[in-house]
Design a binder for this molecule. Structure first.
Ligand SMILES: [Zn+2]
Length: 189
């Protein structure tokens, strides 16, 4: 996610659309791109092990909200884990980035397959606290970034109610996956 100001929008698009292929829908793993590095990866199965790495309660609650309320719609289950065996580690901090958050598959993670079907076990979701997010904004960002961890790319359709759109999270009309998002995930796993 990019910074909330429109001025940052073009930068966001540059970073987060890297490797995306909207022509075939907004699903599929991508190469790392931009700075900070952003990447869409698939999951290795329909169960997400999530490690909250000293996250603030705001970040943790928003991520948990998305996992509890949106992941079941994808037919995914999840569990809270502590340690090194995780699908996704959620970290937050003051990174002074223009982006709200980003995900990648870092060195040391387990990977299999090739794009657009590459999966990653050990993804890192970093959340920059240097932005003013309200409760809607936090849920939108959580839905958006966690969607990237199961293969969802950005949604360019302006009429879509997907949280994968690149819009101001604080005024987002929806903090959920669209029906198209659901179809694509359900169809893949
Ligand atoms: Zn994104």
């Amino acid at each position: 996610m990019r910074g909330m100001h429109y001025v940052g929008g073009s930068l966001l698009v540059a970073v987060f659309l890297a490797g995306a292929s909207p022509a075939s829908g907004n699903f599929g793993s991508t190469k790392p791109g931009g700075s900070p590095t952003n990447q869409v990866s698939l999951a290795n199965d329909k169960h997400h092990r999530v490690d909250f790495f000293d996250t603030t309660s705001d970040t943790g609650n928003a991520a948990q909200w998305a996992l509890d309320n949106q992941f079941p719609r994808l037919d995914f289950t999840w569990q809270w884990v502590d340690g090194s065996a995780y699908d996704v580690r959620v970290k937050d901090g003051h990174y002074a980035s223009q982006y709200f958050a980003w995900v990648n598959c870092p060195d040391g993670a387990s990977e299999g397959g090739t794009n657009p079907d590459r999966w990653c076990f050990g993804q890192l979701l970093k959340w920059d606290l240097d932005h003013g997010l309200n409760s809607t904004g936090r849920r939108f960002v959580a839905c958006h970034e966690l969607g990237h961890t199961v293969g969802l790319q950005h949604e360019d359709e302006v009429h879509s109610d997907s949280c994968e759109r690149q819009i101001n999270p604080n005024t987002a009309p929806s903090t959920r996956y669209s029906q198209e998002d659901l179809y694509q995930v359900l169809d893949h796993y």
